[in-house]
Design a protein around this ligand. Structure first.
Ligand SMILES: [Zn+2]
Length: 362
């Protein structure tokens, strides 16, 4: 649009102002009755009464009417661009750990198309910003090609995104106890199962760190795309890599989001692996900060919530997903009362598999 403005010249640029009109106009601070927003290209020129703005921009085109409500775009704080939903691929809802393994049977889909499909669903219910957590695997060239396809979709759609890639390195079968589990199997079965690990081709850890730092820096000043670190979960990456990720995120000035304390088993593993809760362990590692957010946090204790509030680490609350994967009900009120930063996420797993943010809010 900016190029067109330049060609047409200044005199006609005014005609390209658009008014977005609504009976109710919600801004961050107030609700305006019979309000409007004047925009030009990607800039908001004015917010106010419809009558005033109509007089000021008589030639503006008008979107909306007194039958609409106008509001800022919504933020989906935790998402996976699944494309064709799991439920339509024969992957039934189940407890997280079993469901993750069942997901290996998912069909391969064109990454740009599935991301665009997911973007269209999000936009339909008013989501304009999303944290899209992407699982990557294989050699670095494969991962780069994968991420380029996803980034291309966001570039094309103009959607605001924090693309948050992560890879798995540990706990493919049992949180923190793959070795113990494998050694408990009869020898023949043990060999068979061992041959399956890792469940996906792995991206070497140094390559992961280097690729992510490079992408985060490349997109540092992009108008609507950011790249964050997305370690899939503390038990899936291990302490050493998590520390390196925290250090790298600090260095290149980006964010980290990880799944944590989602299922009951993820709660139980804290005392078994670390001798304390997962959040207390993350705190002791020193990775928690306003740069760090966790998805789910269903099984947070009062002490965990205090730690999150004190360190400024955030939580994405994903109620539909928590119901569908039998995770439980997160202590939302306690988090809010303690002053934890909480966002609402849909985890690519909404009740109707339609990414409807209004249903999620209800
Ligand atoms: Zn998730």
């Amino acid at each position: 649009m900016q190029d067109r403005d330049r060609v047409i010249g200044d005199t006609q640029t005014v005609q390209m102002v658009q008014l977005i009109r609504g009976r109710w106009l919600f801004t961050a601070n107030e609700t305006i009755r019979d309000g409007a927003i004047a925009i030009q290209s990607d800039t908001i020129l004015a917010v106010g009464q419809w009558a005033d703005l109509q007089a000021r921009y008589p030639d503006a085109t008008v979107l909306g009417s007194d039958q609409y409500a106008v509001m800022p775009g919504l933020i989906n704080a935790h998402h996976h661009s699944n494309g064709v939903p799991n439920s339509l691929q024969g992957i039934e809802d189940d407890f997280l750990e079993l469901w993750l393994v069942a997901n290996l049977a998912g069909r391969s889909q064109d990454l740009t198309l599935k991301t665009l499909f997911s973007i269209a669903q999000l936009l339909r219910s008013g989501v304009t910003t999303v944290v899209d957590v992407a699982s990557i695997s294989g050699p670095v060239s494969t991962c780069v090609a994968d991420l380029q396809q996803r980034l291309h979709a966001y570039q094309q759609a103009g959607m605001r995104v924090a693309l948050t890639p992560g890879a798995d390195y540990d706990s493919f079968l049992v949180h923190g106890e793959d070795e113990a589990f494998l050694s408990s199997l009869p020898p023949a079965l043990q060999q068979q199962v061992k041959a399956l690990i890792p469940l996906r081709p792995s991206l070497p850890q140094p390559d992961y760190l280097e690729l992510m730092a490079h992408l985060a820096q490349t997109y540092q000043n992009h108008p609507h795309i950011a790249v964050w670190f997305g370690p899939s979960g503390p038990q899936w990456v291990g302490d050493e890599l998590l520390l390196q990720i925290a250090e790298a995120a600090e260095r290149v000035d980006t964010q980290i989001q990880t799944h944590a304390v989602e299922s009951l088993y993820e709660k139980l593993m804290g005392p078994r692996l670390y001798g304390k809760s997962v959040v207390a362990h993350l705190n002791e590692l020193g990775v928690l900060s306003p740069r760090f957010s966790i998805a789910h946090g269903v099984w947070l204790t009062e002490a965990d919530i205090e730690i999150l509030a004190a360190t400024g680490a955030g939580v994405s609350h994903n109620p539909s997903s928590n119901l569908r994967l039998r995770a439980g009900i997160a202590p939302l009120n306690a988090m809010l009362a303690a002053g934890v930063t909480v966002g609402l996420g849909m985890d690519g797993t909404t009740l109707g598999d339609d990414e409807d943010m209004f249903a999620e809010m209800r």
